[in-house]
Write a protein that binds this ligand. Structure first.
Ligand SMILES: [Zn+2]
Length: 226
């Protein structure tokens, strides 16, 4: 496999940011998007104080997982440590996206997990969307908390903060960021009008198999018992 083309990857991050901004999932100066640089302990990540409408590819930051800058100019997102920790712990993850999307953030502040309410939740995310223990922003704590909540899955809520998603590709991660917000909105809405029917006890193995084959991004060993 050829080495990654860093310019194309930076463009992919810019386009993903614009896409998620236009859909109301990301807001300026909030959230962040990163991509793993293959075969190296490096990533590309949106800069701190980012404006998703104005950002250009040359403002995307190239850095090592240990924090060493490999590009000049903008400083990396203050949540870079959380992204690096996920890449180091989950070798198949190619893209990490963190958002403060509204409905998911609402659930995160009442510390309400999203049980399995729709089949596609299993296919793309792996099942229920758990909520992390509280971790102070910009520290190692929040990265550890995010990993705990993610477990083998592709998305989780961060207590009193927002959302973390990952994927084997940038397209998967974008879809996961959108889905977490959609499920949060649907679940919130359902709670307003009645008691949601939860699918946890239905036979869902078919959808779990699809997740395992198509979209899981965790080490294979984590999938044994699901
Ligand atoms: Zn944040």
């Amino acid at each position: 496999m050829e080495d990654d083309n860093l310019i194309d990857m930076k463009e992919d991050i810019v386009n993903a940011g614009r896409d998620l901004f236009n859909k109301g999932i990301l807001e300026n100066n909030e959230g962040n998007i990163s991509l793993r640089v293959s075969k190296k302990d490096e990533m590309l990540i949106t800069p701190t104080g980012n404006n998703y409408q104005k950002i250009t590819a040359n403002q995307v930051v190239h850095m090592k997982f240990n924090g060493t800058a490999l590009s000049t100019g903008k400083l990396p997102s203050t949540e870079a440590k959380m992204h690096a920790l996920i890449y180091e712990s989950r070798p198949k993850v190619k893209c990490v996206i963190h958002t403060h999307s509204t409905y998911a953030s609402m659930l995160s502040i009442i510390r309400k997990r999203i049980p399995i309410i729709m089949e596609e939740q299993i296919i793309y995310l792996g099942g229920s969307i758990e909520i992390s223990p509280y971790g102070e922003a910009h520290t190692d704590d929040i990265g550890e908390s995010a990993l705990t909540a993610l477990s083998y899955k592709n998305g989780a809520l961060l207590a009193n903060h927002g959302v973390i998603v990952c994927g084997k590709s940038i397209q998967n991660a974008i879809k996961n960021a959108e889905l977490v917000e959609k499920f949060a909105k649907v679940y919130w809405g359902a709670l307003q009008i009645g008691e949601p029917y939860i699918l946890d006890n239905e036979p869902l193995d078919k959808f779990r198999d699809m997740f395992k084959k198509l979209f899981s991004s965790c080490p294979r060993s984590m999938l044994k018992d699901i």
